[in-house]
Design a protein around this ligand. Structure first.
Ligand code: ADP
Ligand code: MG
Length: 324
C-alpha cells in the first residue's frame, strides 16, 4: 500500500490579534485566537475542526490560507514552508487552497450574473478567450449539479443549497488541492445539507481533494470527516481519527461536546458532561489548562501547568492532566 503524503503541516501556529486602546492607540492586550496548533494533514483527508463559537476555528482556517498573517509558527504546504512567502510566490499556493464560506453570496454583486462570477477566476488567472471561459463556467455548473440555464441567473434567484453549489463551483474552478469549508453546510436544511455533503464527497473522489471542515455540528463531522481536531480557546485539546474520537473521547471537553449532540450516536454510552460557566475571554485566557475553569475534573495541577500533548494510542493525541 502506498504511503499517504502529508499535504499540510502546521508547526506551533499562533494568531494573536492586538487590542489597542487609549488616546495613543497603544497595544493594550491581545486576543489569543489561535495558540500552538501543530498537526499534519494527509492528502485526501477530511479533517473536522470543532469547538464552540469563538474558539478560533475560522481564524485557524484563514491563517492557514494566509488571509491572516500568522503571529508565529509555520505553515507547510506540499513540503514547502509558505509562512513567509511573498505575495507573488504565494499566488500559486493560494490557487491550490480555496475556502468555502457559510454564505458564499455575501460578497457577490447582486447585479452580476452567476456565469460572470464563475468566469472571474479565469479572467484573473488564465488567458482563456471569452468563449472558452463561458464553456468552463458551464462545465463548473454541471459539475456541481446545476445546468447552463443557471449561467444567466442572478444571485437572488438561487435557493440556499444552489448558492452553496455556486460557492463550491467557484472554489474548484482553478483545480485546488485543499479546500477549507468554514461552516459551509451549517445554514442548510438537513436534506439539502446531505446533498451538498454528497457533492463534496464526489468531488473529493474525483479530484483527490483534501478538506478542512470547520463545523460546530458534530453529527455532520462524524458523517463526513476521517480525522477530527477539537479546539478550545484556540488550543488543540484532542486530535484523533474520527471513529476513534467518537467511540473513545478522552478530553472532558470533547466528552461535553459529544453530550450535546442532539441525535445521540447509536451504541455509544454517554457520559453526560454539562459545560458550566461561560467561555473565558480569549484576551485573558486561564493559566494552566485552558479548560480548567469549566472542567468538572480539574485539579490544582490543571490550574498551574499547561498539560502536555500526549499520544495515548496510535494517532490519538490529547492534552489533559487527569485523563491522559
Ligand atoms: P470561531 O470561528 O471558532 O467561532 P473565530 O476564529 O472567528 O472563532 O474567533 C476566535 C477569536 O478571535 C474570537 O474571540 C474573535 O472575537 C477573535 N477575532 C477574530 N477575528 C478577529 C480580528 N480580526 N480582530 C480581533 N479579534 C478577532
Ligand atoms: Mg467561525
Amino acid at each position: 500500500m502506498s504511503q499517504k503524503q502529508t499535504i499540510l503541516k502546521l508547526d506551533q501556529l499562533n494568531k494573536h490579534y492586538p487590542v489597542r486602546g487609549g488616546l495613543l492607540k497603544r497595544v493594550k492586550n491581545h486576543v489569543y485566537a489561535v495558540n500552538d496548533i501543530s498537526i499534519d494533514v494527509d492528502e485526501g483527508d477530511s479533517v473536522g475542526i470543532v469547538g464552540e463559537s469563538g474558539c478560533g476555528k475560522s481564524t485557524l482556517g484563514r491563517t492557514i490560507l494566509r488571509l491572516e498573517e500568522p503571529t508565529s509558527g509555520e505553515v507547510w504546504f506540499k513540503g514547502e514552508n509558505i509562512t513567509h512567502l511573498n505575495e507573488k510566490k504565494l499566488k500559486q499556493f493560494k490557487n491550490d487552497m480555496q475556502m468555502i464560506f457559510q454564505d458564499p453570496f455575501a460578497s457577490l454583486d447582486p447585479r452580476q450574473r452567476v456565469g460572470d462570477t464563475l468566469e472571474e477566476p479565469f479572467v484573473i488567472h488564465t488567458n482563456l478567450t471569452k468563449k472558452e471561459r463561458k464553456e468552463k463556467a458551464i462545465d463548473l455548473l454541471n459539475q456541481v449539479g446545476l445546468s447552463e440555464t443557471h449561467y444567466y441567473k442572478y444571485p437572488h434567484q438561487f435557493s440556499g443549497g444552489q448558492r452553496q453549489r455556486i460557492g463550491i463551483a467557484r472554489a474548484i474552478a482553478l483545480n485546488p488541492e485543499m479546500i477549507v469549508c468554514d461552516e459551509a453546510v451549517s445554514a442548510l436544511d438537513v436534506s439539502v445539507q446531505a446533498q451538498v455533503i454528497q457533492l463534496l464527497k464526489d468531488l473529493q473522489e474525483e479530484y483527490d481533494l483534501t478538506y478542512l471542515f470547520i463545523s460546530h455540528d458534530l453529527g455532520v463531522v462524524r458523517h463526513f470527516c476521517n480525522k477530527v481536531l477539537v479546539m478550545y480557546l484556540g488550543h488543540m485539546v484532542e486530535w484523533a481519527p474520527a471513529d476513534e474520537l467518537f467511540d473513545n473521547p478522552i478530553h472532558p471537553y470533547t466528552e461535553a461536546l459529544l453530550s450535546a449532540i442532539p441525535r445521540p450516536i447509536p451504541g455509544r454510552e454517554r457520559n453526560n458532561i454539562q459545560l458550566e460557566g461561560d467561555l473565558p475571554s480569549p484576551t485573558e485566557p486561564p493559566t494552566g489548562c485552558p479548560f480548567h475553569t469549566r472542567c468538572p475534573l480539574a485539579t490544582n495541577l490543571c490550574k498551574e501547568e499547561k498539560p502536555e500533548w500526549k499520544e495515548i494510542s496510535e494517532n490519538h493525541f490529547v492534552a489533559c492532566h487527569v485523563k491522559a
